[in-house]
Design a protein around this ligand. Sequence first.
Ligand code: ADP
Ligand SMILES: Cc1ncc(COP(=O)(O)OP(=O)(O)O)c(N)n1
Length: 268
Amino acid sequence: MSIPRALTIAGSDSGGGAGIQADLKTFQELDVFGMSAITAITVQNTLGVEKVYPLPPEASAEQIRAVGSDIGVDALKTGMLFNAEIIELVARQIASFGWRNVVVDPVMIAKGGASLLLTEAIQAMKEHLLPLALIVTPNIPEAEVLSGIQIRTMEDRREAAKRIAEHGARTVVIKGGHDQGDRVIDLLYDGSAFTGLAGRRIETKHTHGTGCTFSAAIAAGLAKGLTVERAVEEARAFIQAAIEDTLELGRGHGPTNHWAYCRRRVQV
Ligand SMILES: Nc1ncnc2c1ncn2[C@@H]1O[C@H](COP(=O)(O)OP(=O)(O)O)[C@@H](O)[C@H]1O
Ligand SMILES: Cc1ncc(COP(=O)(O)OP(=O)(O)O)c(N)n1
């Protein structure tokens, strides 16, 4: 039996709730062998990001080459990439391996307001990374930046998804974690049709790393051979359980519970 293998190309979160740490926990919980290429080290806890130390761009590229040429990659996700040089080298590696199951989480700003992507790197993301994406998963502010339009209504959200798809991403999922009201709606656009995936908004401040965890769960599903739609569905179930069964860690925005989804499955 072959073991599904997934790679995360992202930043390290010392607090363990987001970034590489969240991704590897998610891969492990979803029965996928996880590997990492670290792009930056953040000094971070539930109170916010204190400092960012980007690694030399070649360090990211070499980690990708090392695991790709030896262990192999069934699916990958990108997270915090920080600058244009890292984006360009990462995109070059992905293209040279010909990997197709690519999930791009266009991480820009942490919930506490720290910048995780330099403004001048946005163009590089559009130009070099989005054309390689099977799925791109912006939250609402990221979708505004990538599409160049303000999102107020569902119609705006659909228009933004279309514009983001024009950069070459095959599927766009605009996440609804920033929605107001009692529902969150993730909007999926596959280049021709829209699907609104609605769920109950869970009232909690402990949502640190939701976007990282969601995109990692999608990558895990793709690594296991799920379709895009099924991988997104399972990722939604995974993150909802992780938000609901809160861990109450730290004094700020705490991490989600990466054990919750599988523990619930064992109980039923
Ligand atoms: N309070 C919440 N209740 C239910 N689902 C949520 C909540 N916050 C985020 N989500 C879900 O978590 C996933 C990540 O979304 P989001 O928080 O918008 O990403 P990001 O961390 O990039 O801002 C989406 O599937 C979204 O619907
Ligand atoms: C190292 C690192 N990568 C990404 C993020 C942002 O994660 P996200 O899932 O968008 O969650 P919040 O920061 O919005 O809570 C991060 N903080 N650190």
